[in-house]
Design a protein around this ligand. Structure first.
Ligand SMILES: C[S@@+](CC[C@H](N)C(=O)[O-])C[C@H]1O[C@@H](n2cnc3c(N)ncnc32)[C@H](O)[C@@H]1O
Length: 271
């Protein structure tokens, strides 16, 4: 914690409201130390000595640029390759064969809240490992996030070697090149993914429809009304029988009746 700047109630509430209005993220009292630490760094970078000065900057037109830094500083970006690996097994073993059986040769997947890109890269490797299903297909993965820092990292497809250890060995051998202490995703993986900056609360420029939406460990930070609106929009963005995959501590109970729970945190659109 950065004790040189005190974060008073007034400023904490102002900053919490701004995060809620901009990104839908709820900053509870428990997050105060986290915000204090993260924003302390921004204050020092800007040569400021109080949170009230920082709040004033964010309220002015000149603060528009800082708003990005502010949002980047308060997002939680924890992720890993093949996190919740049963989702990728389900994609390979159930979703892809169902799509093949439907004689579709077009596949669209959205990784919403993709953070530093481990999730969409894991999806891409999973799809490529089922290449007998995919030769000649039109396949695209859209990967979006609100945080411009994590997106810049994601689109490079370069990770510390230790992070890449989470990739199953057969996939790592086939899809990753080592460069010094870094793991570089091969072009055939990267080519499947388009990265884009997108606030889930704002307008969505893409037309869809998607076969599968991954939105994992993102809505956990949103309040219930924001979640209700978001899942309704996901239903609209999915094909009528499309799949929605959420994080291990999330569920749609009292949030949406447009999906059926068909597996562990795996849903299918029903209306
Ligand atoms: C904890 S990470 C989850 C990453 C990945 N989906 C996973 O499960 O490993 C949550 C991501 O959601 C993003 N996020 C939070 N609020 C968002 C919003 N309003 N619009 C888009 N992305 C948002 C954050 O920037 C962060 O990168």
């Amino acid at each position: 914690m950065h004790e040189e700047f005190a974060l008073q109630d007034r400023e904490f509430h102002k900053l919490s409201k701004l995060v809620m209005d901009t990104a839908g993220i709820v900053l509870s009292e428990r997050k105060r130390a986290f915000i204090h630490g993260r924003l302390g760094r921004r204050l020092r970078a800007l040569g400021m000595n109080s949170f009230s000065q920082y709040c004033k900057l964010l309220e002015t037109d000149a603060g528009d640029d800082e708003l990005h830094n502010f949002i980047n500083a308060v997002t939680t970006n924890h992720t890993s390759f093949f996190r919740e690996s049963h989702h990728f097994e389900y994609l390979a073993r159930t979703i892809l064969p169902a799509i093949v059986a439907g004689h579709r040769r077009r596949l669209r997947i959205w990784s919403a809240g993709c953070s530093t890109g481990e999730e969409p890269h894991s999806i891409a490797m999973t799809l490529l490992s089922c290449e007998q299903l995919l030769s000649g297909w039109d396949v695209k993965i859209l990967a979006t996030d609100l945080d411009t820092n994590v997106l810049a990292h994601a689109s490079q497809g370069v990770y510390d070697f230790e992070r890449a250890e989470g990739i199953p060995e057969t996939f790592r051998k086939r899809f990753v090149t080592l460069r010094g202490n870094q793991a570089v995703m091969k072009d055939e993986v990267r080519e499947l993914i388009s990265f884009g900056h997108l606030n889930l609360l704002g307008p969505w420029p893409m037309s869809g429809p998607f076969d599968v939406i991954f939105c994992r460990n993102v809505v956990i930070y949103f309040d219930q009304d924001t979640q209700r609106r978001l899942f309704d929009r996901y239903a609209e963005m999915l094909k009528p029988d499309g799949w929605l995959i959420i994080g291990h501590s999330e569920n749609l109970l009292n949030i949406s009746d447009r999906f059926d729970l068909i597996g562990r945190t795996i849903y299918r659109r029903i209306k």
